[in-house]
Design a protein around this ligand. Structure first.
Ligand SMILES: [Zn+2]
Length: 118
């Protein structure tokens, strides 16, 4: 299982929300949640990055509460400029995690390379 691919799917999800092509189904359609959530949220790259479970410390909380307080509809999607801003923050945060994971992976491969060359 490639965690980077899973997080890239998450970036694509938020891209779709920003473009107004899809809504946010939370845990049900979050690519990492579908694999890692299972009520306890263990092993998710987002939790590993923030050090907090259930997407605390990410822009998701603000998106969620804005949806509830400003729109209160079943479908969480972009309804106003604030929605767009929060969805963009979430997309950018997912990109930040992907970049971080790619950098870590590259550093690991570099370390392996160095030890095998000795
Ligand atoms: Zn809104």
């Amino acid at each position: 299982m490639d965690k980077i691919k899973i997080m890239e799917a998450s970036v694509r999800k938020w891209e779709g929300i920003i473009k107004g092509k899809r809504s946010d189904g939370g845990v049900i359609d979050c690519p990492p949640c579908r694999i890692f959530y299972i009520l306890i949220c263990i092993g998710c790259p987002i939790a590993a990055y923030t050090g907090k479970k259930f997407c605390k410390g990410t822009p998701y909380g603000r998106w969620y509460w804005h949806q509830l307080e400003a729109h209160d509809r079943i479908r969480k999607k972009v309804y106003c400029p604030e929605c767009l801003k929060l969805a963009t923050e979430m997309r950018d945060f997912m990109i930040e995690i992907v970049e971080h994971m790619k950098a870590q992976k590259a550093a690991k491969e570099k370390a392996v390379e160095l030890t095998t060359n000795e």
